[in-house]
Design a protein around this ligand. Structure first.
Ligand SMILES: [Zn+2]
Ligand SMILES: [Zn+2]
Length: 481
C-alpha cells in the first residue's frame, strides 16, 4: 500500500492497489493523480449520488477462491438510467469490476490485449444479435454511451466529470462480456459472469436503513420530495429512482441528478385507477416489498395491461403484471438463454416456444422507476412459453432484456397485499357470487321437492350445504365491510 498526502487538504490518501493511478480524497473530494514520484491535483471529483446500492467502499467478498475488497467506484449515467462500476482488488493483487445495475450484478476482469482479433466496431453492434467473442457465442445485451457523473476511492485510470464510456455488454447463460470502446476504436475486452451478493458472500454491505437515509441529495427528505412541476409531495425511494412520473400532474421528473428537475412538462392525462396503488406494501417470501412505480402498456390491438414495479432493499426489483387473464410475477433474468433465436429458446432444462411478437407502448405511468420511462415508449416484445412458465424478450434499439414470469393466483395477491387492494377490485372473481346464488336456488329447488312430500331430515343438511356454498363467496364482501 502506498500512502500520499492530499495536495489540497493534507489528509492521508492510500493507494491499496499498485494498478491504481487515481484516488479521490475522502475528505475534500480532490482527485489525485499518482505519478512515479509525485501526486497531481486534478480538481474536485463530483460526489457520487447516493443510491440504492448496498455495496460500499470496504465491502468484502469471495469470488472463486480469492477474497476481495471494494476499493473504488465510478458512477455512470446514460439517457435512460445509471449504474455503478465498483473497482475490486483481490488478495493476489489482481483487480476486477463489480458492476451494479438496478440490483443486477456482474463481475468482470480485463482480458490481455491482443487475445482477441476481429472485434466488431461500436457502430455495427446491435442488441438481440448473436456474436462470437472471446471464443464463445454471446448475445448483444446493451449498447450505450454513458457519462461518468462521480467517483470514489481509487481507480485504475484517469477519469473525471464528462468522461465518456462507450460500452457494449453481451450475455450467454451466466457468462458476461463487455467491449469497452472508451479509449480506442479497438475495444478492451472484459469477461466474467452474473453474480449475486449472497453468492459472493459479501460482508460490510449497507443495510436497508443506511441505503434509505444516506440520500443527502434531497436534504434529509427521505421517501418524499416536492414535484418541481406541481409541488405535490411525491414518494420515492431515495437513490433507487432515476425517473419519477408525478402521480398528481404527470410531469416526468429526473431524480437521478443532484436536484429533482422536470424533464418533460405535465401532460393532460386522465388518472387511471389500478387494483394496487403506489406505495402499497407486501410481504413476499418474508421480504418487505413496496410498489414504487406502475405503468400501463398496450399492444398494437389496444389490449392493455398493468405492470407494478416492486422494490425491496434485499429482494431487489420484482414485477407484478395484471392482465385480463390474471396475475403474473416477473423477474428480470441475469442468466440468459445462450443464443438468440426468434422461434424457440432453450433455458434451464426447458425449451420455450414462441407465442407472440408484438410492440408494447407505455400508455400511462406513475411513480418511481429505475430507468427513464415515459408515456409513448415503445418496446418490441417476444413471448415464449414452456408449460406454466413464460419468458419474454424486450427489445429496443439500445438493449435486450429477458424476464421470466409465473402465474400468481388472486388469493396469493390478496395474501401478499392484505387490505391494500382497491376495494372495487376485491370482489370475488367475476360472476362467482351470481353462480353461487343460482346454485343455492337450484339446491333449494331440488331439495324443496322432497320437502313438499315429507318434511324429513333433509332441511338441516341443506342449510349447511347452502352455508358452505354461499359463505365463501359472501365472506369476501363482508370482510371488505
Ligand atoms: Zn483532500
Ligand atoms: Zn407534479
Amino acid at each position: 500500500m502506498q500512502k500520499v498526502s492530499c495536495p489540497s487538504c493534507g489528509a492521508e490518501v492510500a493507494f491499496k492497489s499498485t494498478a491504481s493511478v487515481l484516488a479521490v480524497c475522502e475528505f475534500c473530494k480532490t482527485t489525485i493523480l499518482k505519478d512515479a514520484d509525485s501526486v497531481k491535483n486534478l480538481g474536485k471529483m463530483s460526489d457520487v449520488l447516493e443510491d440504492y446500492s448496498p455495496i460500499q467502499i470496504g465491502t468484502s467478498g469471495v469470488f472463486g477462491d480469492q477474497a476481495f475488497n471494494v476499493i473504488g467506484r465510478i458512477q455512470l449515467r446514460y439517457p435512460a438510467g445509471m449504474w455503478n462500476e465498483w473497482y475490486v482488488l483481490f488478495d493476489d493483487g489482481k483487480a476486477a469490476w463489480l458492476s451494479d445495475a438496478s440490483g443486477m450484478y456482474t463481475l468482470t476482469q480485463e482480458r490481455p490485449a491482443s487475445a482477441d482479433t476481429q472485434l466488431p466496431t461500436f457502430e455495427e453492434l446491435q442488441p438481440a444479435r448473436n456474436y462470437a467473442l472471446a471464443g464463445m457465442n454471446y448475445v448483444g445485451a446493451d449498447i450505450r454511451t454513458a457519462e461518468c457523473i462521480g467517483g470514489q476511492g481509487e481507480l485504475p485510470f484517469k477519469v473525471g466529470k464528462g468522461w465518456q464510456a462507450r460500452v457494449a455488454d453481451f450475455r450467454a447463460g451466466a457468462n458476461f462480456l463487455t467491449l469497452d470502446y472508451s479509449d480506442a476504436d479497438i475495444p478492451a475486452v472484459y469477461t466474467g459472469q452474473a453474480v449475486t451478493l449472497e453468492g459472493l458472500k459479501c460482508q460490510l454491505l449497507r443495510d436497508e436503513d443506511q441505503v434509505k437515509t444516506s440520500a443527502g441529495k434531497f436534504k434529509g427528505k427521505v421517501d418524499a420530495l416536492s414535484c418541481p412541476s406541481c409541488g405535490s409531495s411525491v414518494s420515492f425511494l431515495p437513490g433507487v429512482t432515476t425517473t419519477i412520473l408525478c402521480p398528481s400532474c404527470h410531469a416526468q421528473v429526473d431524480a437521478a441528478g443532484p436536484k429533482a428537475e422536470v424533464l418533460q412538462a405535465a401532460t393532460r392525462m386522465s388518472q387511471v385507477a389500478t387494483t394496487l396503488e403506489l406505495g402499497a406494501k407486501a410481504d413476499i417470501n418474508g421480504k418487505p416489498f413496496e410498489i414504487i412505480g406502475l405503468m400501463q402498456r398496450a399492444d398494437d390491438e389496444n389490449t392493455s395491461w398493468t405492470e407494478y414495479l416492486l422494490y425491496s432493499a434485499r429482494g431487489g426489483f420484482l414485477w407484478l403484471v395484471e392482465t385480463d387473464a390474471g396475475w403474473e410475477r416477473s423477474t428480470v433474468l441475469d442468466e440468459w438463454p445462450g443464443w438468440f433465436k426468434e422461434e424457440s429458446v432453450a433455458y434451464g432444462k426447458a425449451t420455450y416456444q414462441k407465442l407472440y411478437r408484438y410492440p408494447a407502448t407505455v400508455t400511462f405511468a406513475a411513480g418511481a422507476f429505475n430507468w427513464r420511462v415515459n408515456v409513448g415508449d415503445q418496446t418490441d416484445i417476444i413471448e415464449y412459453e414452456a408449460g406454466q412458465k413464460k419468458l419474454a424478450a424486450e427489445i429496443t434499439a439500445e438493449e435486450l432484456n429477458w424476464s421470466q414470469s409465473l402465474p400468481v393466483s388472486p388469493d396469493q395477491i390478496r395474501a401478499w397485499f392484505g387490505d391494500k387492494i382497491a376495494a372495487d377490485k376485491e370482489e370475488a372473481p367475476d360472476g362467482l357470487e351470481d353462480i353461487s346464488t343460482k346454485f343455492i336456488w337450484w339446491i333449494i329447488g331440488l331439495n324443496a321437492i322432497p320437502l313438499f312430500f315429507a318434511m324429513g331430515d333433509t332441511f338441516v343438511p341443506t342449510l349447511m350445504a347452502l352455508a358452505a356454498v354461499y359463505l365463501p363467496a359472501k365472506a369476501i364482501s363482508w370482510l371488505k365491510g
